[in-house]
Design a protein around this ligand. Sequence first.
Ligand code: GTP
Ligand code: MG
Length: 648
Amino acid sequence: MTTPGSKHLILGTAGHVDHGKTALIRALTGIECDTHREEKERGITIHLGFAHLTLTNGTRLGVIDVPGHRDFIHTMVGGASGIDFVLLVIAADSGPMPQTREHLQIMEILGITKGMVVITKTDLVEPDLLDLCELEIREFVAATFLRDAPVVKVSAKTGAGIPELRTAIETMAGAVSSRPADGVFRLYIDRSFSVSGFGTVVTGTVIGGTIRPEDTVYLLADKPTELRVRRIERHGAEVAEVQAGDRASLNLVGLDKSAFQRGMLLADRPLKATTLLDAALTIHAPKTELGIWSQAILHAGTDEKQVRVHLLNTNRLVTGEAALAQIHLATPSYLQHGDRFVLRNSSCDITIGGGEVIDAAPLHHRRRPQRLVAELELIARNKLHELVSLEIRKAQKPLTVAELAENLNLSRDAVTKVVDSGTLRGVGHFDSKEGTVLVSQVMLDTLRQGILSAARDYRIAHPLTTRGIDINELRGALHLEKRAAHDEVMRALLGQLVEKQKLRELDKTYLMFEDSGVVDPKSLKHLAIIEEYLRQCGMQTPLLSQIKLIAERERIGDKELRMILHHLVSTGKALKVEEDYLHHSVVDACRARLIEKLQTQPTGMKVSDFRDLIGGNRKICLLLLARFDEEGTTVRNGDYRFLAPAAK
Ligand SMILES: Nc1nc2c(ncn2[C@@H]2O[C@H](COP(=O)(O)OP(=O)(O)OP(=O)(O)O)[C@@H](O)[C@H]2O)c(=O)[nH]1
Ligand SMILES: [Mg+2]
């Protein structure tokens, strides 16, 4: 089991083919990494090799041995992606070679900052040649993160220098800190196999978070599939958990082995997929130039994808320069803010460069406005809080911390930390039952304007109403969901608008401040006349032409009459049955008589019985019964109506 307090670190090899990486790991750990038959036959490493090294304090380092051959750079990138420090292996008899340089570039692109140079095969050269070789190497690494790194000279054949190398590794492991083990658990699969009696086992480097047996994980392929972790091994022994910086073998339940492929991501939540990234990009390959649009292969973890790169803040990018780019992926990926990636050319023979994801869910930038570029530059520099601000500004609605975390593929804790730090610019905070709700100032202004227009429009649409718009009607007008998070924002804005005397509150409804809610007496009188007429008509519903006659006599215009009828229906004073209007008192009376009758007639009633009871025409009877069914007064069974249980 894991030693308490021990570090979780991974050491990787790098260097040109045949320079002695695998032999060095064998000399250090006793573990042979070239285990495949084809590797033994060809005498080169083809697949990633895995070993471990126990330090004197008990810490067990994970070790990843990578292939040096130029044909397997994609495998090397996958292995190098999760490492904490590197042994750059250079053979004394040949010095730095093309893949020494390419591997070093890849380390820089991946953001690796710690490591040492190991000169191997020292048994093959004379001491003065060795000194020359060291000088050459010092110059070679002078412009890289290894400029002040230790240089250790060894021979895997004789064992010379191996104890010194072990000491240097101990010292470096002591100085490197483990990655944070909180946050989202993620692991790029590098191998998967079946173990008889156990099912599927996948291995990979944990690049974030922690996972334990019985936890749920998701295989993020085309869509997330839920799986259960049955058993976890680290360095060949069962453990109670693995965390960022560990090599892990996970025995998973839920899918057949064939579902798992190298490059797929496992995570502890169903992360959002993206086919678009905003990123900071640097060109490393010598004499290389990118135009506004270019094709490339993007490597992230053990995953590789065809992409198109669209430069945002320049039309041309040359060796040594950095730029912002929008990257279009051919198939969905689950990258997140801060992830590093390597770009290789489409024919897979040159490492062009690489960079870091700024926004994994950007809007599609057809053009390249200065404001967007400035925003991305800010995020690239100030990181997380700018990203969170941008996400809030992008949203067309209020967002909770949980929604933000989900949109950004971050843990809630990470988002909460940013929110609590008070560094978010142009963002309003609100408390709700769903936790803190965040809204951009721009969106708040839009909502304020929306509330005022809705309050004004409501009164224009309902001129005979003596009340204002209520919160349910407002929610609809503003296209907000019926949720505590959204209502809380609306209430806060309503409060502000009332305080600023833009709105007036009347019985939990809202009117424009200058609107007293009074309807002119003549209109009210007209309304009362039409309502009274409908009441008197009872079941003998008048034709519209008859209502119009009354209106004419009272000097009520056509438009006003339509408004009055609409008002009576929308306020529930009248029921509109196709072209007929029934006063609600008539509906109530019919309902009362129906209930009374059904209580003494448990065998139910047909439509004709109901018609005899109330004396209306068949059409109105049918529509009234349908309404009573709908409101839950009656239930229908074939031709018969019965009293609904609730109405009894
Ligand atoms: N004399 C001598 N030979 C060595 C030493 N280290 C490695 N070799 C030999 O060099 C050859 C290549 O060694 P590997 O360890 O396979 O080289 P590698 O860097 O892992 O090669 P790739 O993984 O294919 O890139 C083998 O024949 C080793 O026996 C050394 O220190 N001295
Ligand atoms: Mg090797």
